[in-house]
Design a protein around this ligand. Structure first.
Ligand code: DP6
Length: 345
């Protein structure tokens, strides 16, 4: 017998950034963060998990290519999920012993990985949700976010749709470092994201290693985690609750700038943005000046690609200006979407 289950998981783009680990092994962050989950109709990872005594060993296929599963992060996810299944099997002897069978995971993105878009968040969220479905685990999205976090920090936020916080937690064992819902997608459904591809090249410094260099060498970083991020978390949650786009936008842009300033303050410095990225910032500024109010917000992760948040009612001002100033609106447009585990839209 082959047991099988599947899921899709969304991409999320942070508006208050996670940057820095206080425990690299458990993947515990130095600060809380907030993201917007993008619509899976536009960007998603589709993953199936199967298990059988007929399989020789655990395996993972990513976009058609065999992928290494020996890494500590993937192993931690497998181990955690098997332990949860084993507990169910111990309590109910009629359940098949899936926890003892080799796993076969097959995962595909509907967007090119080569485009330099962060796919680890959707990837690990889908892996965890697919295995949880296969194992029929009763765990809530918050419970599963604890597992996904160990695969990739940002992945814990993709277990929820809408507007999502990752609370850093205080405990040494990480049991309180998990995601929770700030607001459902339906609370503010007119939010849109435009993803501009500034370079399809693979990023130079991975986020995992970049953030560790920042923690170790940046003086500015201390100010960021002690004052700037805690203030941004409060302001961002308020902005989302009140559907206050101007505030949402200002906090997003300031937080992205603060994160990239810490990268520049890392020694030796890390530069993720390029000339196209900076042109996108100028374009957003001129859109807002022309509109006489803030209708667009930029944010950048650990790479040069720009994500612009805007509201549907302002799409002409925003998308029109991007085709004028940057020559095209190439990339992706996405709405705010639902969580892992649901085939939405
Ligand atoms: C800049 O989640 O990729 O996108 O936990 O080491 O896998 P690891 O890092 P990762 O870092 C994401 C950093 C970011 C900001 C964010 O998504 O919050």
């Amino acid at each position: 017998t082959v047991y099988r289950a599947g899921t899709t998981a969304p991409v999320n783009i942070a508006v208050v950034k996670y940057w820095g680990k206080r425990d690299a092994k458990l993947n515990l962050p130095t600060n809380s963060s907030i993201s917007v989950t993008l619509s899976q109709a536009d960007l998603r990872t589709l993953t199936t998990a199967s298990c059988s005594t007929a399989f020789a060993e655990d395996s993972l296929t990513l976009n058609g290519e065999p992928s290494d599963i020996s890494g500590a992060r993937t192993q931690a996810c497998f181990r955690e999920l098997r332990a949860r299944r084993a507990a169910l099997e111990a309590a109910n002897s009629s359940l098949p012993k899936l926890s003892a069978m080799p796993l076969k995971i097959v995962s595909e993105n509907n967007f090119p990985t080569a485009a330099g878009l962060a796919s680890s968040a959707a990837g690990f969220a889908a892996l965890v949700q697919a295995i949880a479905n296969l194992y029929a685990l009763p765990d809530s999205p918050a419970d599963l976010s604890l597992v996904a976090r160990q695969g990739s920090g940002s992945a814990c936020r993709s277990l929820f749709g809408g507007y999502v916080a990752w609370r850093m937690g205080k405990k040494a064992d990480g049991s309180d470092s998990k995601a929770d819902l700030v607001a459902e997608a339906s609370h503010w459904p007119s939010m849109r994201a435009l993803i501009l591809v500034a370079s399809a090249a693979k990023k130079g410094v991975s986020s995992t290693s970049g953030m560790q260099q920042t923690v170790a060498t940046s003086g500015l970083f201390k100010e960021r985690i002690e004052r700037i991020v805690p203030d941004n978390m409060v302001a961002m949650e308020e902005a989302i609750h009140n559907r206050d786009f101007e505030k949402f936008a200002e906090v997003s842009m300031r937080d992205s700038n603060s994160f990239h300033a810490c990268c520049a303050d890392t020694y030796p410095p890390i530069f993720y943005m390029n000339d196209v990225s900076r042109a996108a910032i100028r374009a957003v500024e001129s859109i807002n000046t022309k509109a006489g109010k803030t209708v667009a917000a930029y944010t950048f992760d650990a790479g040069p690609n720009c994500v612009v948040y805007y509201l549907e009612e302002n799409k002409d001002a925003v998308l029109g200006a991007f085709s004028e100033t940057l020559g095209s609106t190439s990339g992706w447009k996405a709405g705010v979407g639902s969580s892992a585990g649901v085939l939405d839209e």
